[in-house]
Write a protein that binds this ligand. Structure first.
Ligand SMILES: Nc1ncnc2c1ncn2[C@@H]1O[C@H](COP(=O)(O)OP(=O)(O)OP(=O)(O)O)[C@@H](O)[C@H]1O
Ligand SMILES: [Mg+2]
Length: 281
């Protein structure tokens, strides 16, 4: 059984937004995520990414279908507490997630709420801050940190709960390039060294290419999924659904259109340069 098992989930919001009733924000999604996987979810605005993310820690419950976390059904109320310990959610704006006036107090907030004993809280807070490389800032005021540092403190706050999985909903959308880089390398490190499952929702294709698997959503459904190489080779399909592809993939795709013979679609600048050098020889 996969760590996350999403089985034919449909969900629609009750409220009416901008005068129209939104039918099925998530529309028949099935998706399995293994423990230790790094999955990126992409898709244009309003396709249902955030709605799906909120199903992963029982913030939303399916209208039909089910979501199992480590075998436990999110719709069973008795499971909610355990599920929220297993799956932590990090949101876009770090300012909305930091609650205390000192970094280490902020990180302690989660385990305190769980009733963890003080010596264990101290140990978890230190370990979490070290894991995101923010230990030296433990006595600082969060509001004085950069965006990337704040978001790493928010991730440490989730880590202190010792989840098996972190779901991040566009965690880098409000960050500058160096902040984005800090957050993404932190996630890769947590995934590789601590086997933490990562589900990363992002608009940045250069982040998605780093995942083990990319899931593309469109109109509440999964349009396609696969390795970054598989998904970003489908340049026409992605463009048809108003999605970007990594710049290097785009360039080679265009050059192919002009008659250049290159079979592979590169995902990074380095791959792209290597392919072009080869083609010019
Ligand atoms: N609280 C809400 N009430 C009513 N409709 C909502 C609500 N939140 C989202 N929706 C609608 O549900 C659909 C899916 O929205 P969702 O936020 O899940 O998309 P998204 O892929 O996360 O978009 P974005 O890229 O803009 O973050 C959209 O049509 C949106 O307008
Ligand atoms: Mg969203």
């Amino acid at each position: 059984m996969s760590f996350i098992s999403i089985q034919d989930v449909c969900f629609s919001y009750e409220e009416i937004e901008e005068g129209k009733h939104v039918t099925n924000a998530v529309d028949g999604v099935s998706l399995e995520v293994e423990q230790g996987e790094f999955v990126a979810i992409i898709g244009h605005n309003g396709c249902g990414k955030s709605t799906l993310a909120k199903h992963l820690n029982a913030l939303l419950l399916p209208d039909s279908g089910r979501v199992l976390i480590d075998g436990d059904d999110t719709a069973v109320e008795d499971n909610t507490y355990a599920i929220r310990e297993k799956v932590g959610l990090v949101l876009q704006n770090p300012d909305n997630q930091l609650v205390a006036s000192i970094v280490e107090e902020d990180v302690a907030f989660g385990p305190e709420n769980l009733g963890v004993e003080p010596s264990e809280i101290r140990r978890r807070v230190d370990a979490a801050l070290r894991a995101v490389d923010m230990y030296d800032y433990r006595g600082h005021a969060p509001y004085r940190l950069s965006g990337g540092q704040k978001q790493r403190v928010a991730i440490a706050g989730i880590l202190a709960i010792q989840p098996q999985c972190i779901v991040l909903d566009e965690p880098t959308a409000m960050l500058d390039p160096s902040g984005r880089q800090e957050v993404i390398s932190t996630l890769l490190k947590l995934n590789r060294t601590q086997n933490i499952t990562v589900v990363l929702i992002t608009h940045f294709m250069d982040e998605a290419v780093l995942a083990d698997r990319v899931v593309v959503m469109d109109s509440g459904k999964i349009l396609t999924q696969g390795t970054p190489g598989d998904v970003f080779s489908q340049v026409e399909l992605l463009k048809k659904h108003r999605l970007d592809v990594p710049q290097s993939a785009e360039l080679i795709h265009k050059l192919r259109g002009c008659g250049l013979q290159i079979d592979k679609i590169p995902l990074t600048q380095e791959d792209c340069v290597a392919l072009l050098e080869e083609a010019m020889r």
